[in-house]
Design a protein around this ligand. Structure first.
Ligand code: SAM
Length: 460
């Protein structure tokens, strides 16, 4: 990797709790990285790496030019808004815009009128807007709304630099994140409507539903595509309502410690984000499998697989329809199970999910290679935590680590499980004929087309 000029500093975002994965990736992929801070999903760092190197980061949701971080923002309306308005004066605008121009060479902008030395007469002051995300976790509520905070921050910038505001045809977008009495201000590098003439430039920043997953209405897709670093993954053609962010899927794969030659399985894959991310990143050194109960999700995972095969460097991946409580899969053949289990109001009722979880866990234990197999599961709820400690699950798995990640304000558990040597005793199987008759009656029977024979349970 070549060293370039030093731009930045940068702000990189990921789900809170997964910063360590991002830090490892920064250290291994970028030149001359210096981490200035890393907390609650926000990592500030400098590097002399080029934009292309930064755009290739997988653990990051997004990359911004870092502007400022301040603590002690007053909570009451009058003082808080005055404080926010004054922040513009403390920012190194020249450096931030130099970074923006490096990322968006097609957008000719200058920071202030007197700074126009080499830009030529086509360069102009940028039109801008401020977008604010605001929440209180430990302190009483703010006395102002997000709109008011954005308005007063913008007023300070406008007064200082003379930049005109445009909510829809802006050149640069400032992102303010206010948490309790802290404000983090950054400048969007990946999205400028003027640089991307065809992108629609309206609407709020990417919507995330109440479970911290992505909601991506089709009409918002073009807009969304250019706004997140991970949106450019080649396999991202069709999403389900509960799609996981590819950056989070990448982090789960890293936590699973995937090695060359591994068989990697997601038995509840939705539109296939986790196995497709694994196939896209690890390439042909692994074999990935994506299974799902719902026909619609299976079809989407299939289309994503096809899109990934056209646009990426995908390793082998198969998409299968099945019921994860009765996997049609041979015992002791899988090295890694990585799955984003159903949780939240978008994924069935709590009762249904609670009933399904123990059976899925038992199937995961059965198919994993004893002793070396590993599972990384994203789950939520006390019942799930209790199930993991209950016999027989606790005999099959060593609970190596549990920690929470913050998915847009919702805390979700990541469980890292090491498969023990304890054998899973399977109930005697039905004869093939009786089983076939039963499975015909069963809703969501497996469609095994395309599944390599080596892994298929002969009873299926
Ligand atoms: C949280 S979503 C997975 C989302 C996925 N990671 C993605 O990015 O699209 C959980 C999925 O489990 C599926 N599911 C629920 N019960 C299942 C079962 N018994 N067998 C297989 N899949 C099941 C649901 O249909 C849902 O798509």
């Amino acid at each position: 990797m070549e060293a370039g000029c030093s731009f930045g500093p940068y702000l990189s975002t990921c789900a809170g709790g997964l910063e360590n994965v991002l830090l490892q990736e920064l250290a291994s992929r970028l030149y001359g990285v210096q981490v200035l801070s890393s907390h609650a999903g926000a990592t500030v760092f400098s590097t002399s790496g080029r934009p292309e190197d930064l755009k290739a980061l997988r653990a990051a949701d997004n990359i911004y030019a870092y502007l400022i971080h301040k603590e002690g923002v007053p909570l009451d309306k009058e003082q808080g808004l005055a404080y926010l308005q004054a922040i513009a004066m403390e920012i190194d605008w020249g450096r931030a815009l130099a970074t923006f121009r490096q990322w968006n060479p097609g957008v000719a902008i200058i920071a202030w009128p007197s700074s126009n030395s080499s830009e030529g007469c086509s360069a102009a002051l940028p039109r801008f807007r401020v977008t604010c995300e605001r929440r209180t976790l430990k302190l009483p509520k703010h006395g102002y709304t997000s709109m008011e905070a954005a308005g007063w921050l913008g007023a300070g910038v406008g007064a200082l630099l003379g930049w005109p505001v445009s909510m829809t045809h802006f050149d640069v977008e400032l992102i303010a994140t206010i948490t309790d009495d802290e404000v983090l201000l950054s400048l969007s590098l990946l999205y400028s409507p003027r640089a991307k003439q065809n992108a629609s430039a309206t609407g709020p920043p990417d919507a995330a539903n109440e479970m911290g997953r992505e909601e991506e209405p089709l009409q918002a897709k073009a807009h969304h595509q250019s706004r997140q670093l991970y949106s450019h993954r080649p396999y991202r053609s069709d999403l389900v309502r509960t799609s996981l962010k590819p950056s989070t899927a990448y982090a789960l794969c890293q936590l699973a410690d995937i090695r060359p030659g591994h068989v990697v399985l997601d038995p509840l894959c939705g539109c296939g984000t986790i196995p497709l991310e694994a196939a896209d990143f690890y390439g042909p050194s692994i074999a990935a499998f994506a299974g799902e109960l719902l026909e619609d999700a299976v079809a989407k995972a299939g289309r994503n697989l096809a899109a990934g095969q056209q646009g990426g460097r995908p390793g082998p991946c198969d998409v299968i329809r099945w019921d994860a409580t009765r996997l049609p899969w041979r015992d002791r053949t899988v090295d890694r199970v990585i799955s984003d289990m159903p949780f939240g109001i978008l994924c069935g009722s709590p009762k249904e999910r609670n009933n399904v979880f123990p059976s899925v866990l038992k199937e995961i234990a059965r198919v994993l290679v004893p002793g070396t197999g590993r599972a990384v599961l994203l789950c939520q709820g006390r019942k799930v935590r209790a199930d993991l400690k209950r016999v027989p699950t606790r005999d099959f798995f060593l609970l190596e680590k549990t920690f929470s990640i913050d998915m847009e304000g919702i805390l979700v558990d990541v469980h890292i499980l090491q498969r023990t040597e304890v054998e899973v005793v399977v109930k005697p199987r039905l004869t093939p004929n009786r089983r076939r008759d039963r499975s015909r009656q069963r809703k969501g029977a497996a469609n095994l087309t395309g599944l390599p024979a080596a892994f298929v349970d002969p009873m299926e």
